[in-house]
Design a protein. Structure first.
Length: 346
């Protein structure tokens, strides 16, 4: 299985044999976006176009196979940046046509769930899934692969986006998650009491916002505090405290919502996915709350990568789900097998 991933700013290719036998895997990150404080879609697309030949060749070389050894080609079809998605999917379609091989189109966020399963054989349903990235914050109940109940999602900023914006406010660079984590290590997480949005003790499972997330207000609270510290000439001395306090607030909301789902569903198995799954603070807090029932991907598989695309594609291939060459990329591709939680009146 050859997997290709180009949904945002990582160009990646992987060769997978069987569910967990990863033969070759290359991830090329586009560092140029750090100059702009965020991903520039047009630049991302052009960088993918420039790199994809070499990235695929590198994965094949590492796997010690050539293109004619590939049985199936898979690629991300969405969601993501439309121009970036088109590069990878068009490349995959061309390969599938030229080699006369089946093509599998993969949903990027579903693949993030499979990323963890690549490394942990016990990371299988049933489980509570938390998908946290720069574009998504989703809490799921997964009774079995292919069936996903959306318990809650963000109503504004994704948590990864909030980390990026707060890092920019603090002058820490991009991407924001690693930058804040690094600076927060020297700060006091209790220095500032930032709000925990959509989290209160009087909420009940019948409330619409019981599982929902919102991070724009938290970001605004940080901005207000930073402006106050700047006005008093204290920001340099308190930057680490602000970073630590923000990180603590964001993590507290995520953990609280996860534990609500754990208690409601009676399942203590939790699977993390997405770039923010690399957060040491989030992992540590969840591990403490769950008493060892957390399954999280390695740092390499937490980021956008083609190994997870290949693994998700294998699942769909085994069920006969292949795509035609007329398949197209969609920036807002619907999550396959997804249903929304219905709130029950008290």
């Amino acid at each position: 299985m050859l997997g290709i991933e180009t949904s945002c700013d990582e160009t990646s290719a992987a060769v997978l044999r069987a569910p967990r036998e990863l033969l070759g895997h290359v991830i090329l990150s586009q560092d140029i976006h750090a100059l702009y404080g965020g991903v520039v879609p047009e630049i991302a697309s052009r960088q993918h176009l420039t790199a994809i030949d070499d990235v695929v060749a590198g994965a094949l070389r590492e796997a010690r196979v050539d293109l004619h050894d590939i049985d199936v080609v898979a690629a991300t079809a969405g969601p993501g940046l439309i121009g970036a998605l088109l590069v990878g999917l068009t490349y995959a379609k061309s390969l599938a046509f030229a080699l006369d091989r089946p093509l599998v189109a993969v949903h990027h966020m579903e693949a993030h769930l499979f990323a963890t399963e690549l490394e942990h054989s016990d990371a299988h349903p049933p489980f509570i899934g938390l998908l946290v990235s720069g574009g998504h914050t989703m809490l799921l109940w997964v009774p079995e692969w292919g069936r996903y109940e959306l318990l809650g999602e963000t109503r504004d900023d994704a948590v990864g986006e909030a980390f990026d914006k707060v890092a920019r406010i603090l002058g820490l660079g991009f991407p924001g998650g690693p930058a804040i984590q690094r600076v927060a290590a020297d700060g006091d997480a209790k220095a500032f009491r930032f709000p925990r949005p959509m989290l209160s003790s009087n909420q009940s499972p019948c409330d619409d916002d019981y599982y929902s997330f919102s991070f724009s207000g938290l970001k605004t609270a940080v901005l207000t505090r930073v402006r106050d510290l700047e006005a008093r000439g204290e920001l340099d001395a308190r930057r680490a405290d602000v970073a630590a306090s923000f990180q603590a607030a964001a993590v507290a909301v995520l953990v609280a919502k996860v534990m609500r789902a754990v208690n409601e569903k009676g399942c203590r198995r939790v699977v993390l996915g997405g770039g923010v799954a690399a957060s040491h603070a989030l992992r540590s807090a969840l591990e403490a709350a769950l008493d060892g029932q957390l399954f999280a991907p390695s740092i390499r598989l937490a980021t956008d990568n083609a190994a997870m695309i290949a693994r998700a594609a294998l699942y769909h291939l085994e069920r006969g789900r292949v795509a035609g060459l007329d398949v197209t990329a969609q920036s807002d591709l619907r999550f396959p097998g997804m249903t929304r939680r219905e709130t029950v009146a008290a």
